[in-house]
Write a protein that binds this ligand. Structure first.
Ligand SMILES: C[C@H](O)[C@H](O)[C@H]1CNC2=NC(N)=NC(=O)C2=N1
Length: 100
């Protein structure tokens, strides 16, 4: 099983992420897009990569806003897989024109 990271330590290598307001160790990011189409396009891109990684975000969408929470269920905390997925999410968000 993967080693867990202190969520605050994981944040050191990421921008725009915060420690999630959640009882579990987790990191979170709020993303805003131009409209629903851009938000859903972003989610579709991330979904394909998440499925390939076998590592899935917990997320919700309201119109142009996407709330993302990352944690590794199997490890009970934040792991390198969350950081890896967060990095992909950041790239995809930028490409889909998310606000910073
Ligand atoms: C059986 C399957 O590989 C596991 O349940 C995977 C699926 N996706 C997952 N996603 C996340 N975020 N954490 C996990 O531990 C996890 N485990």
């Amino acid at each position: 099983m993967a080693d867990t990271l202190d969520p605050n330590a994981a944040l050191q290598s990421l921008t725009g992420w915060r420690v999630a307001d959640d009882p579990r160790p987790a990191i979170a990011r709020t993303l805003r897009f131009a409209d629903f189409n851009a938000a859903f396009g972003f989610m579709a891109r991330v979904a394909l990569v998440a499925e390939k990684m076998d590592h899935h975000p917990e997320w919700s969408n309201v119109y142009n806003r996407v709330e993302v929470l990352l944690t590794t269920h199997d490890a009970g905390g934040v792991t390198g897989k969350d950081v890896e997925l967060a990095r992909f999410i950041d790239r995809a968000a930028e490409q889909m024109g998310a606000e910073a």
